[in-house]
Design a protein around this ligand. Structure first.
Ligand code: DON
Length: 304
């Protein structure tokens, strides 16, 4: 067995200790036993193991894409006048920080409140144009023209997303969100429902690992400074209230999603995509975090 297959099979034991996300009803259908990884290096080598061809929705990992796009549209100063840059000790969908901390500004763009505020700043004449820009940009970052929305996950999120509505209406009341709230949530729920595989995540990660340039054709798609900002926010806030522990143990700018994905960036080296829908209590892939710990140690990837 090769090293990557060994890492996957050694970490399957953790899957029983987690649960698939259930607060979005459609996500309950995910396969709790899936665990897979895909690595794309900056010189184009690809390695994969386990259930790497599992399809899942990108969920919160989309927040790094919309952060890059919002800064490209508006500049760093404007975006960070409406959303902070500080980590949180609360859950990703927590309401409490929004009123009590940071003058009503969401703490960072990786928690739900901050991501909803961020997508509200992306330019477009209506909600369809805004979401279309997000989808086209995501396709570009993974070099995959076939990406599409899982409409049943979108419908499920839209129908049950009352906590996100509460966050968004609160931010509308304080002026953080200027657009119509339902228009903003349309784009947010759609961005979370884009269906991907860990190959797609690994390719997006290579673009950040390569400072905003597509490694396969040298096209610059994100300014270097913005790629750096997004990586920094990933390193400090990307794994929610587990970001500190993740930085200590793994040390790679990363972003998780409740669909079970984790995208990890090894700067100058490679992009890593993980799938493992069994989640820990904080909403991160329980097997995926362990797989990344092994990869980071074995291949000496920790950036700190
Ligand atoms: O808004 C939500 O709750 C989901 N669409 C995304 C949350 C998420 O992925 C958190 N990740 N760990």
């Amino acid at each position: 067995m090769n090293t990557l297959e060994e890492i996957i099979s050694e970490n399957r034991k953790y899957l029983d200790r987690g649960e698939v996300a259930s607060y979005i009803p459609e996500l309950k259908k995910a396969n709790k036993n899936a665990l897979g990884l895909y690595i794309t290096t900056l010189n184009g080598e690809e390695y994969f193991a386990g259930d790497y061809d599992t399809k899942f929705t990108i969920q919160s990992i989309s927040k790094i894409i919309t952060l890059a796009l919002a800064i490209m549209d508006n500049g760093k100063d404007y975006v960070f006048s409406k959303v902070g840059m500080e980590p949180t000790t609360e859950a990703f969908n927590s309401i409490i920080d929004l009123e009590l901390k940071n003058l009503n500004k969401p703490l960072n763009p990786m928690i739900n409140a901050g991501a909803i505020a961020t997508v509200s700043m992306i330019k477009g004449k209506d909600k369809n144009e805004v979401f279309n820009r997000i989808l086209e940009f995501t396709k570009k970052l993974c070099g995959n023209e076939n990406l599409k929305v899982d409409e049943s996950v979108y419908t499920s999120e839209n129908r049950t997303g009352n906590r996100n509505r509460a966050l968004a209406y609160f931010m509308k009341s304080t002026g953080i969100i200027e657009k119509d709230v339902e228009e903003v949530l349309y784009a947010y729920f759609k961005q979370c429902s884009i269906e991907v595989t860990c190959k797609d995540l690994s390719r997006i990660a290579t673009v950040f690992a390569n400072e905003g340039v597509l490694p396969w054709n040298e096209e610059r798609v994100i300014p270097k400074e913005i790629a750096r900002i997004v990586k920094t926010i990933m390193a400090t806030c990307g794994m929610y209230d587990a970001s500190g522990e993740f930085a200590v143990n793994i040390g790679l700018p990363s972003k998780s999603g409740v669909g079970g994905g984790i995208l990890a960036v090894a700067p100058g080296k490679m992009g890593i995509g993980i799938v493992g829908p069994s989640l820990d209590k904080k909403g991160n892939s329980i097997g995926g975090v362990e797989v990344l710990k092994d990869l980071s140690e074995k291949f000496d990837l920790n950036i700190f």
